[in-house]
Design a protein around this ligand. Structure first.
Ligand code: CMP
Length: 318
């Protein structure tokens, strides 16, 4: 991303101070040499900090940071303005920064093929920094946009180190999720590395029928009820929601829209206090692509439930 315009006076990334990638080395945060590097601070106006905070609000990788770590991350981030067709990242390069999107649409290109897109939200560039591997995809701005960058050293010191704790916290839970049983141990660890954790108070709507899907959930604690609004059965008033099922610890929901590329087919609500593991759509595609076949088997089951309830299954398949 050599030609990107930096909105502050941050030094341009230089090939000379980039580290050479090595293959996925074992990471021991206690031995990380970057720990001794000075704290990075890019001064910001109040207005910039507001925009930055808003852009970072739903970034899952930041969800497990404590308040002090989060504010260190915000201090270290710098603003970047991008032009149409600019390559923010080139596949195969060494990883210099992690990026959070403030605005703009960005194509994800792997081996010359567009495999996905970020649309005015989300983040990218974590893989090369987490695993010391070359960039796994090219990211191209399709229009003018704005990003917030976080340098490699700060990312490793705060996020990667935190992930070490996260692994210990979630290892056993992730192993116990039936859906993830078919994955290799290191694939499950990669899921832990990118997951976020979110809490929902009693009654809060977690996903909304008809909306675009951005993530997938696994219940960590509490209970979630899945409700559908259907116009297909006589006798059900329009807009009346009907409970379809409940999910408890280890169960997942929110996968259907990601498997079928359709809007959410149901809404989900917290019953009592609920804690869920959340995986965003890009990580889902990358890490859970191999589980999609297992998830697709559920479609027949969902359809049966809908026929029983409404006399018709709605249009669940892609
Ligand atoms: N399918 C995908 N394969 C690889 N990288 C992806 C994919 N989808 C999104 N990305 C993001 O693209 C980024 C490219 O740089 P990184 O490899 O550091 O991290 C990568 C991910 O954040």
């Amino acid at each position: 991303m050599n030609s990107l315009f930096r909105a502050d006076n941050a030094p341009p990334p230089s090939r000379f101070n980039r580290r050479v990638s090595v293959c996925a080395e074992a990471f021991n945060p206690d031995e990380d040499e970057e720990d001794s590097e000075p704290r990075v601070v890019h001064p910001k106006t109040d207005e910039q900090r507001c925009r930055l905070q808003e852009s970072c609000r739903d970034i899952l990788l930041f969800k497990t940071l404590d308040q002090e770590q989060f504010s260190e991350v915000l201090d270290a981030m710098f603003e970047l303005l991008v032009q149409p067709l600019e390559h923010v990242i080139d596949q195969g390069d060494d990883g210099d920064n992690f990026y959070v999107i403030e605005r703009g649409v960005y194509d994800i290109v792997v081996m010359g093929v567009t495999v996905g897109q970020y649309d005015n939200k989300g983040s990218f560039g974590e893989l090369a920094l987490m695993y010391n591997t070359p960039r796994a995809a090219t990211i191209v701005a399709t229009q003018e946009g704005a990003l917030w960058g976080l340098d490699r050293a700060t990312f490793r010191r705060l996020i990667v180190k935190n992930n070490y704790k996260k692994r210990r916290m979630y290892e056993t839970f992730i192993e116990s999720v039936p859906l993830l049983k078919s994955l290799e141990a290191n694939e499950r660890m990669k899921i832990v590395d990118v997951l976020g954790s979110k809490q929902f108070p009693d009654g809060e709507r977690i996903i909304t029928q008809g909306e675009k899907a951005e993530c997938f959930f696994i219940v960590e604690s509490g209970e979630v009820k899945i409700m559908i609004k259907s116009k297909t059965k006589a006798g059900h008033a329009d807009n009346a929601e009907v409970e379809i099922t409940r999910c408890s610890r280890g169960h997942y929901f929110g996968e259907l829209a990601l498997v079928t590329n359709k809007p959410r087919a149901a809404s989900a609500y917290a019953v009592g206090d609920v804690k869920c593991v959340v995986i965003d759509v890009q990580a889902f595609e990358r890490l859970l692509g191999s589980c999609k076949e297992i998830m697709k088997r559920n479609i027949a089951h969902y359809e049966e439930q809908l026929v029983a309830l409404f006399g018709s299954s709605m249009d669940l398949r892609d």
